[in-house]
Design a binder for this molecule. Structure first.
Ligand code: AMP
Length: 216
């Protein structure tokens, strides 16, 4: 199964991606995670990506497309994959389409998670993450047992550098201008499956399972 997770920042793509990829046994490919890993390890790619991610801007398409193609060519993607945060604009979608077409492959579902804007701002600005195990929290809706400390590994929680209010607003603007047109793009290809992401995590997942479930 080949799936794309579409939706604004804060829609819960990462959370749902973890569940889907575990249950359906396909690799989780998050371009955001790939950039964060490289930034943390101060690689050449990380140094470049940092200049964009911190401001809430997209990393240039040629760089991003190449990273995704390299990842998709790995053996574990043979029988399927889930793309989380990619493609992010029409140029990337066309590049992915060409890559897959050359291999005789196609996307099965584009899961479009829809969440109200006010809710997104609330979710993103209150989000805290564990830099060690990647667990995510929210200061109001999902606080850790001990303030500022990860429940799982005891590490001190941090705020993502792009979860400050300026970057959040910029990322939402970039989503509206560049990523949202993909709903129409994939709609024309009959691939869009709309999901109400305002609901609790478990209910959102049930909706996703109902859409893709028979293909487990
Ligand atoms: P995310 O974790 O998906 O919200 O991504 C965090 C940041 O990484 C984004 O705000 C962008 O700066 C960058 N990024 C992630 N995916 C892409 C992509 N497909 N194209 C360009 N930049 C991306």
């Amino acid at each position: 199964m080949r799936v794309i997770l579409l939706g604004p920042p804060g829609a819960g793509k990462g959370t749902q991606a973890e569940r889907i990829t575990k249950d359906y046994e396909i690799p989780h490919i998050s371009t955001g995670d790939i950039f964060r890993y490289n930034i943390k390890n101060n690689t050449e790619l990380g140094k470049l990506a940092k200049q964009y991610t911190e401001k809430g801007l997209l990393v240039p398409d040629d760089v991003t497309n190449k990273i995704v193609e390299d990842r998709l060519s790995k053996d574990d993607c043979k029988d399927g994959f889930l793309l989380d945060g990619y493609p992010r604009n029409v140029v990337q979608a066309e590049s992915l389409g060409k890559y897959l077409e050359n291999k005789g492959l196609k996307i099965d579902h584009v899961l479009n998670i829809i969440v109200d804007r006010d809710e997104l701002v609330k979710r993103l600005s209150g989000r805290r993450v564990c830099p060690s195990c990647g667990a995510t929290y929210h200061i109001v809706t999902k606080p850790p047992k001990v303030e500022g400390i990860c429940d799982h590994c005891g590490e001190k929680l941090i705020q993502r550098t792009d979860d400050n209010i300026e970057s959040v607003l910029k990322r939402l603007e970039v989503y509206e201008d560049e990523t949202k047109p993909l709903v129409e793009y994939y709609g024309k290809l009959n691939l869009i499956r709309n999901i109400d992401g305002n609901k609790p995590v478990n209910e959102v997942y049930k909706e996703i399972q109902a859409l893709i479930g028979d293909e487990v």
